[in-house]
Design a protein around this ligand. Structure first.
Ligand SMILES: [Zn+2]
Ligand SMILES: [Zn+2]
Ligand SMILES: [Zn+2]
Length: 358
């Protein structure tokens, strides 16, 4: 029996306006989209009633977001660091860099945003200045991005949970507590040591000891194990942000891909969605770093609502999809499409493998 948890639907409401900062689109969840728990898959979204094609199912705001670009000095897709804004900060419109010149990836779209984000950025600034270069030189850009998003998760926790003085409060106040946008939402994300290989967990343990210990540079007050657990959760739940939709099961030839990644983020509610290679939800970021779910077809009452965790146009056959999901997401896909495309001799082999929910 699966347990059903009803999430109170919210109506679009006017969020508190912070002077000079553009109004942020509020959180939204469709009244027919409910969270439930499946004995095998864990948390999931289901339709409690018919959801018509094209309906907006969810708008979730990031708990932490980082830009992912090749050349921050010239790239037009850097996002404003202020969590109450997170709009793109194009080069030609004039950008506001960090007064301490920590890293060029940190910019704001206006002086007002820079000022409003002082406390939160203050938490990460010294860390960025000290560790960004050594991490990028010794490890990789991916590892740096992962560690930075962990630091930003801790920074949001620090400024919103530990203090009342943050522009971020204006967003969290406008959303109902049932949706768990707070640190509680991050704590309930799936993913643990057991999700990942021993080798991977060993490398992350080294990272935590070297770069993420509770210290004057990063005063988060959490133990090594908790931070390691946070990495295991983040890696299982973070989203890449791309300019075009993810999840279109297109028959166009050549298919249209989702474009080049410009950011990565953690969304406490959007992370509940499981994967399907023939999803009934497409997802795409809005212009403020929010994640928007839209029904790509009519969804029947009781049906699970799924997204695609990767660009379906890049992995057209079952072998490449399963290999990608196994490597990057640590589970074997048993969706309708994979099951129907499965060669008979593979069935025994795949079902013998443990199914890990992400
Ligand atoms: Zn801004
Ligand atoms: Zn800085
Ligand atoms: Zn599949």
């Amino acid at each position: 029996m699966s347990q059903v948890v009803y999430i109170t639907p919210i109506k679009e409401s006017e969020p508190t306006r912070v002077d000079g900062i553009p109004q942020t689109q509020p959180y939204w969840i469709h009244p027919h989209l409910i969270q439930s728990t499946d004995p095998l898959k864990g948390r999931q979204f289901r339709a409690s009633n018919l959801i018509p094609k094209g309906a907006c199912l969810l708008v979730d705001r990031p708990y932490a977001i980082i830009p992912v670009v090749d050349d921050p000095e010239t790239n037009e897709n850097l996002v404003c660091s202020n969590p109450a804004c997170n709009r793109r900060a194009p080069h030609h419109k004039g950008r506001y860099p960090c007064p301490n010149a920590c890293i060029p990836d940190v910019v704001w779209c206006s002086d007002t945003c820079r000022h409003a984000d002082q406390t939160r950025h203050g938490f990460e600034c010294t860390w960025l200045k000290k560790y960004s270069e050594p991490i990028r030189a010794k490890w990789s850009e991916y590892d740096f991005g992962m560690l930075w998003i962990i630091v930003r998760l801790l920074a949001t926790r620090h400024t919103t949970e530990m203090s009342d003085q943050s522009a971020f409060d204006s967003i969290t106040e406008s959303s109902p507590k049932q949706l768990k946008h707070s640190w509680e939402g991050i704590e309930s994300l799936c993913g643990s040591h057991d999700t990942w290989s021993h080798e991977q967990v060993r490398q992350w343990t080294t990272f935590v000891k070297k770069y993420l210990q509770d210290s004057p540079v990063l005063p988060h007050g959490l133990g090594t194990d908790r931070v390691l657990h946070l990495i295991c959760q983040e890696e299982a739940n973070s989203f890449g942000l791309y300019p075009r939709e993810t999840g279109i099961f297109s028959l166009l030839n050549p298919p249209v891909d989702r474009g080049k990644q410009f950011a990565a983020a953690v969304y406490p509610t959007a992370a509940i969605a499981n994967h399907s290679c023939i999803p009934n939800i497409i997802h795409k970021p809005d212009d403020q770093g929010g994640m928007v779910f839209t029904a790509s077809r009519d969804i029947q009452p009781g049906e699970e609502c799924c997204i695609a965790y990767f660009d379906l146009t890049q992995y057209p056959d079952i072998t490449s999809r399963r290999e990608h999901l196994r490597k990057s997401f640590r589970f074997v896909c048993q969706c309708e499409r994979c099951t129907s495309e499965e060669p008979q001799e593979e069935i025994i082999e795949w079902t013998a493998m443990p199914l890990v929910d992400i």
